[in-house]
Design a protein around this ligand. Sequence first.
Ligand code: FMN
Length: 204
Amino acid sequence: MPATDLVVALTGASGAPYGVRLLEVLLRLGRSVHLTISPAAVEVMERELERRVRLDRFDLADLLGDAAGGLPGKVEYHHHTNFQAGIASGSFLTAGMVICPCSMGTVAAIAHGLSQNLIHRAADVHLKERRKLILVPRETPLNVIQLRNLATCAEVGAVVLPAMPAFYTRPHTLQDQVDFIVGRVCDQLGIEHQLLPRWGLPEE
Ligand SMILES: Cc1cc2nc3c(=O)[nH]c(=O)nc-3n(C[C@H](O)[C@H](O)[C@H](O)COP(=O)(O)O)c2cc1C
């Protein structure tokens, strides 16, 4: 049977709502998710969502709030320094990894194979095993170093899916815009969803 576990990493780019919503959607769909979070992501989450996640005493409710209860999926949390985690090895099979949001620092570390934390290492593993790696970077404007690092990641097989919500879908709320990006991530993972209206199809 093919592996179905997914890896989700949250890093310190602006856009914490994308990562949190992605996790919630995957758990609602009953998926098993290996979750890891960088210290910078904790800071950004506190600022953007007013949620304080404890990396040393992780509690899903700190991250998802009321939405944490009763979700059919399963989260296995791994501390970002824990290189003993299964996801640090290619022999641990997964259906792919998403870094959402993905900071420029993490993009640089991946592009240059630094493996300084579990997030970099798991990304490295997904690339070397030729598995799906989806990066959701957020920065503007971009300097040439950042552009080159993104290009390097794309050249070695990563999907670069910038947090750039579209307006042709006529979003009414911020949630619509968040769901547009999360829906596009799910498209890349081959996961069915109804998070966004599709161009060329009549609206329901
Ligand atoms: C409030 C806040 C917003 C930030 N926004 C971004 C951003 O949009 N993009 C980015 O690349 N870095 C951003 N940063 C900087 C990163 O968090 C920083 O470079 C950090 O070292 C990234 O570490 P990480 O990749 O391990 O999470 C932000 C930092 C803070 C505190």
